[in-house]
Design a protein around this ligand. Structure first.
Ligand code: F3S
Length: 412
């Protein structure tokens, strides 16, 4: 059986909608053929990754500009992943003029394509919230995990160009996680140890991601929200999914009694295997670099981008104390605006910290800023920071990270 296209889709492919749409449809169709899709499905929204100039370089910027010159425009709501710097406060944070100019050109190219410059990996916190069962085309592994698992939407883990192509055509190929049969769990995960803090959820995700090997996990015995403030449940799921995405490219998971597809009668495939997790310490050990000394140059919270509740929690832990080590909380600009309205940005700044918008440390030119060691409560951040930025990492709870910011040393 071959991929079947509608008359409109065939016309897009033949250039009837212009060269930019033809290029996009060629990408969508090529992927569909590679993965054996039988049809395309309309997408309700798109999340595009590949934003930092550090990763894109001149070639990537040229690619985007060329597509925009061909009059390609997205036709569904399309949001954008974090950039390599705060688009407004880059100078105060120490980013170079040269990098800033190129980064702003990338954003401009995306805007010409009709993409909303949200610059966040939590599009679901700034209005891009697909409903259960909706087909979407999202890039950004942690957002893909959240969309599939917590919202019950359907997306494969798109790459930057394929997500953009889906935005321009309004279609994606129906394969992988768009199909019921691929959303069943092949790994039953029995959790037998306490999972209390956000970093515990990250540690659990790190271990399960390592063991999953492309299988969808189904958690039993995992209490989400127990021991945490209620509003932290979403943050816990966000941390769990992001960690699994980072350590094992897991794009979907189910949690019994919690996530929207977990009660499907056939959610667990008959040939599933079982994994028992009774100790999170191996994850804490693996996620801490072999750092000499306890000095920390930067404390980073907000990976994935912080929600309002997570920013409020940092303010609570700071308790008005001054930090000795730079503290950055990364978040969406829209979330930052809400935090500012609630006095949270002022509270963080009064303590000497920063609520940084638009960016992700992992894709930023961090070594140019002189940082060598970083502490974070994010398992995804701790997984990627050493290989992507060259910085060494301390991984621990939000409390331990804030104490490190206040005292200037790691004592976790
Ligand atoms: Fe987001 Fe960057 Fe973390 S994209 S999930 S802040 S590694």
């Amino acid at each position: 059986m071959e991929l079947e296209l509608s008359a409109e889709e065939r016309s897009m492919l033949a250039g009837g909608f212009g060269p930019g749409v033809r290029k996009a449809m060629e990408i969508v169709v090529a992927l569909g053929r590679v993965y054996g899709a039988l049809r395309l499905v309309p997408v309700g929204s798109v999340q595009v990754a590949g934003v930092s100039y550090r990763n894109l370089g001149e070639a990537g910027l040229e690619f985007l500009r060329e597509w925009a010159d061909q009059s390609a425009r997205v036709c569904v709501p399309t949001t954008l992943n974090p950039a390599g710097m705060d688009l407004r406060a880059w100078r105060e944070l120490g980013f170079s003029e040269r990098f800033a100019r190129r980064q702003l050109s990338v954003i401009e190219a995306y805007q010409r394509l009709g993409v909303r410059a949200t610059c966040t990996c939590t599009p679901y916190l700034v209005g891009n919230v697909p409903h259960k069962g909706a087909h979407v085309a999202w890039a950004e592994s942690s957002a893909v995990s959240y969309a599939n698992s917590v919202l019950g939407a359907r997306t494969n883990r798109e790459g930057g160009p394929s997500a953009l192509a889906a935005g321009i055509t309004g279609r994606t190929a129906a394969y992988g996680l768009h199909l019921d049969e691929n959303r069943r769990a092949l790994l039953r995960v029995v959790v037998r140890c306490p999972v209390r803090t956000l970093s515990d959820f990250g540690a659990l995700g790190y271990l399960v991601g390592k063991a999953a090997r492309n299988r969808v996990p189904y958690f039993v015995g995992l209490e989400v929200g127990a021991g945490l403030p209620l509003s932290y449940s979403d943050a816990a799921l966000k941390a769990l999914g992001a960690a699994m995405a980072a350590s094992g490219a897991v794009p979907l998971y189910h949690v019994a009694g919690v996530t929207p597809e977990a009660d499907r009668p056939d959610v667990l495939a008959p040939d599933h295997e079982t994994l028992v997790v009774d100790d999170l310490q191996p994850a804490y050990a693996a996620l801490n670099s072999d750092v000499h000394g306890n000095r920390i140059d930067l404390v980073w919270c907000g990976c994935p981008h912080a929600s309002l509740e997570e920013i409020a929690e940092v303010v609570r832990l700071l308790a008005g104390r001054r930090v000795k080590t730079p503290l950055w909380i990364t978040t969406a600009r829209e979330t930052r605006e809400q935090a500012r309205a609630e006095g949270l940005v002022a509270a963080v700044e009064d303590s000497g910290g920063r609520v940084v918008a638009d960016m992700c440390v992992v894709v930023a030119p961090m070594q140019e800023l002189g940082f060598r060691t970083l502490a974070t409560p994010s398992a995804k951040g701790a997984t990627y920071v050493p290989s992507h930025t060259g910085l060494q990492v301390r991984y621990g709870t939000v409390e331990e990270c804030i104490e490190a910011a206040v005292t200037g040393v790691w004592s976790g």
